[in-house]
Design a protein around this ligand. Structure first.
Ligand code: PNW
Length: 486
């Protein structure tokens, strides 16, 4: 075992759970084995290798398709309470539709789920972590309202196959990235540039698809299995550059967190009022017949409202918000600015940069964000479903990553004990170095190092793995740094 037990002082609540996450395209590889069809990430990168900094792709990745036993073993050595993984839709349903289920896909996910359960690790399943079947993209993907049915059909297959063993579900990972990185930045698959339009169609369809999958579970599976379902939002904490910009920062938060949370988690439902008004007025000034933000009907508002069992959030980084000065260019939403509302977003000079150009360390942002969420969406259960650190070094003694986890867990602890936010899960991103989207294999987030130069992708735990294992075994934040050395 990796653990040395020390008596920590800052103890997390007994029921608190610690885990780690991965995602199918980032770890599995085996992109075309058996009857698996291409996902939009397979196609996007095969067609445009230069969109990835090191021209790499996820064809092999960590080869977790073959090496899942080792991953389960590592998860067990860490002492994880849960392991969050995503399912590849085109691995399970090669047609995209539910008329045909891949035996191979079924076997693979059953193996992983049962392997985790045998070690006493709770599997947490994400239905959609960005690898849409290319065949559905060819029909419009997230811009086509029919995807709401396609997604619900897929969800039904998954609930039928694995529902007896899964108690926690995430429908969709980071809708803001699904819709904005794809349609506004156009740097994520399918890479269709349609800012302020395609992104909003996607936004609406994502909400309806999530709601339909939630209601399906709630009505037909929850009575039998008693699991919980939500979606997870990635939110950059935003605060005013100075006091005069607090209102603008609030509008930025409504544009990012609000567009995907207010319809589900607010009492009123529907689009966040400030954003709805802003975009409607701006669209009219621009000469559009109707708002670029597609309206939600009363039925749709009711259908989406309340479709959650907890609030899930992924946190990495923060921004200061202000209006641009004369001649200053606003960067791309949702990372560097928001053209729609004339907001410039930048890191504070004292926040330490990481190897990902969008990522600067601000641990306090996590605590502030949790308080903001509680203020906006109420005293519900909050689960942190991702948090972790990027480095381009392969060092096993990853002191910066240890420090990131330590300082962020401290903020989680304060949110629980000082601000009374009901946080119940903490998830490290990620178990092992993997394919980091645009950053390829350059930015590494792993608790465990993976040697991508070797065909068998050997895995070696870093200091951060030992540190985290120790936090988990003591359920506490330990001050004794000697315990983090392998
Ligand atoms: C999340 N940003 O993605 C994802 O859920 C993971 O798949 C990913 O590996 C991890 O965070 C680290 O990036 C993000 O540009 C992608 O702000 C981009 C951003 C944030 C999160």
């Amino acid at each position: 075992a990796l653990i040395a037990v020390v008596r920590g002082e800052r103890r997390f609540p007994d029921a608190f759970k610690f885990g780690a996450a991965t995602a199918s395209y980032q770890v599995e590889g085996a992109w075309n084995v058996s009857d698996k069809s291409a996902s939009i990430w397979d196609t996007f990168i095969h067609n445009n290798p230069s969109v990835i900094v090191d021209q790499s792709n996820g064809d092999v990745a960590c080869d977790s398709y073959h090496k899942w036993r080792e991953d389960v073993h590592l998860a067990s050595e860490l002492g994880l309470d849960f392991y969050r993984l995503s399912l590849s839709w085109p691995r399970l349903l090669p047609n995209g539709f539910s008329n045909y289920i891949s035996e191979d896909g079924k076997r693979y996910y059953n193996d992983v789920i049962n392997g985790l359960l045998e070690k006493g690790i709770e599997p947490v399943i994400t239905l959609y972590h960005w690898d849409l079947p290319q065949r559905l993209q060819d029909l419009g993907g997230w811009a086509n309202p029919l995807i709401v049915e396609w997604f619900a059909d897929y969800a039904r297959v998954v609930y039928d196959l694995f529902g007896d063993r899964i108690k926690s579900w995430i429908t969709i990972n980071e809708p803001v990235i699904v819709c904005e990185a794809s349609y506004t930045m156009a740097s994520f698959a399918p890479g269709i540039y349609s800012p302020g339009f395609g992104s909003y169609l996607c936004n609406k369809n994502v909400l309806l698809a999530h709601a339909k999958a939630w209601r399906l579970y709630d009505e037909e599976y929850k009575p039998k299995y008693g699991g919980k379902v939500s979606l997870t939002n990635q939110i950059l904490w935003a605060q005013g550059y100075s006091e005069e910009y607090e209102d603008l920062a609030e509008l930025v938060l409504q544009m990012s967190a609000g567009l995907y949370s207010y319809p589900i988690f607010s009492k009123e439902g529907g689009w966040p009022p400030s954003v709805e008004k802003y975009i409607a007025e701006k669209s009219a000034r621009e000469g559009y017949t109707r708002s670029r933000l597609p309206p939600l009907t009363t039925d749709e508002i009711d259908f989406i409202k309340g479709t959650f069992d907890f609030y899930a959030v992924n946190y990495y980084t923060s921004r200061l918000v202000r209006n641009p000065k004369e001649g200053e260019k606003i960067g791309l939403w949702p990372l560097y600015g928001c053209e729609e509302i004339n907001a410039l977003m930048e890191p504070a000079p004292e926040w330490t940069p990481t190897s990902s150009n969008w990522f600067f360390e601000n641990p306090e942002g996590l605590r502030r964000l949790l308080s903001w969420l509680k203020k906006n969406y109420g005293d519900v259960e909050y689960r942190i479903m991702e948090n972790g650190y990027a480095s381009d070094k392969r060092d096993l003694n990853d002191t910066n990553r240890v420090n990131y986890y330590k300082t962020h867990l401290e903020q989680v602890y304060l949110a629980i004990t000082e601000d009374n936010v009901n946080v119940t899960y903490y998830t490290a991103w990620t178990l092992l170095d993997n394919f980091e989207w645009s950053d390829g294999y350059v930015s590494k987030f792993g608790l465990v190092d993976v040697d991508f130069t070797k065909p068998d992708r050997p895995r070696t735990p870093r200091s951060s793995a030992y540190y985290y294992a120790n936090v988990i075994s003591t359920r506490s934040l330990c001050d004794d740094d000697s315990k983090t050395n392998p």
